[in-house]
Design a protein around this ligand. Structure first.
Ligand code: SF4
Ligand code: SF4
Length: 99
């Protein structure tokens, strides 16, 4: 069961950024070097916070969650509404966080 509909496509390079940013801590790196989502079938819910951060930070556009792909991401839509300087600040922040 995967209620969040978390999947990655072949573009994934196994960088782990989606796992690091997940506030629910529900993503993990599999032996196949691809991220996977925890499954708690007994709850019918896998702990996903529905934030779409995993989708937003993926440098390869490889994540789909909640049936959204990067081009439909709320985070990207929000970024596009920001000015250039604000967008740069967001990028700088995440670059620092991901080190
Ligand atoms: S949507 Fe948020 S909580 Fe759900 S798997 Fe992605 S990063 Fe984790
Ligand atoms: S952020 Fe994207 S490329 Fe990196 S591990 Fe996650 S799905 Fe793969």
């Amino acid at each position: 069961m995967n209620p969040a509909g978390f999947i990655v496509n072949d573009k994934c390079i196994g960088c782990g950024k989606c796992i690091k940013v997940c506030p629910g801590g529900v993503l993990y790196m599999g032996e196949d070097r691809k991220p996977h989502i925890q499954e708690f079938e007994e709850f019918g819910w896998n702990g996903c916070w529905r934030c779409e951060h995993c989708l937003a930070v993926c440098p390869e556009g490889a994540v789909s969650v909640l049936h959204h792909w990067p081009e439909e991401s709320l985070a990207i839509e929000t970024m596009e509404k920001l000015g250039d300087e604000a967008q740069l600040n967001v990028i700088r922040y995440w670059e620092k966080e991901m080190k």
